[in-house]
Write a protein that binds this ligand. Sequence first.
Ligand code: SF4
Length: 360
Amino acid sequence: MNPISSQLADWYQLHHRPLPWRETSDPYTIWVSEVILQQTRVDQGLEYFLRFVSKWPDVHSLANADDDEVMKMWQGLGYYSRARNLLAGARQVVKEYDGAVPSDYVKLLKIKGIGKYTAAAIASIAFNNPVTVVDGNVARVLSRLFAIKEPVNSPEGERQVHAVARDLLDTHNPGRHNQAMMEFGALVCLPRSPKCNECVVYQHCHAHKLDIQKLLPSKKPKKPVRVRWFNYLVIRMQSEGKPESVLIEKRHGDDIWNGMYQFPLIESEAELSSAELTKLATPLLDVLGQWKAGPRLQARPHQLTHQRIMASFHEFTLHPGVDIRLPNGLSLANTEQLNQKPFPRLIEWYLYENNMQTLD
Ligand code: SF4
């Protein structure tokens, strides 16, 4: 075995964190953990993981789950396409493989939501197939160990990183090797302050020799952030003898938060005044009945990876007792019903602050 791999394997044996997905070779559990941990810190992801696998412990139970329930479970974790794809992937595995997650890397890649990284993790950790996992942690470690100066998110940088990853792979124990590489990146070869004085492979590290470890990995600049203005219409209705309800709709299409719920939305290119917003909202409000405008609340900017959402909430009250005919796609929900629905974090906060939903 390559001395770097062997030293990292020994280090892993002694120092890895006792996380539930490291103590199993169940492919479904590993799949769920890898999806949750993409873009999520371990301490935050752990709680979601435990709740998720306790509710849906295998592929069949997840495949039979209600879409809204799965999105609700994911609420607050962000990157909601992960949840939608995981659910679609579980249904695909039931349909095509009778619920048995395939062991083959190429077959795994054909399952909805499973990309190169997750396929490699499942194939190597669950089935001990000799495939390299290269996540952000591993790319950082390798770019430093071999002083790769090409941006790791460029095709050439990726090629170089994957080439050295393949050279290092312990083909007898690829699952342990991949986990050791990831864990070493997470605990020792840290993004801003690598702990070179605790590093068991520092004598092999070219970046350390050149004292350029903090300059690596090099990365291409990110896409510019797109600013979007979301003007939510919080249309409340209080009928006699009934709990207060509010109008909601489900998001569809190829955009953020697909499958989550929201208040009726007017998106604009720039900030709108209350008068401008009311003018735009009037056609919908008039269909609903008599109404009056209430206060407006400006939320803090909500930052996503490539987008900044500037949200405002505009309250309207429908006349009590009005016989309401809802346009397609809109529904009324009281507090109990709101608690069952998945919402993006910024709406969840609004509901909580206004005593319309409990925060998880
Ligand atoms: S010596 Fe430092 S930069 Fe190099 S692998 Fe070890 S921790 Fe990372």
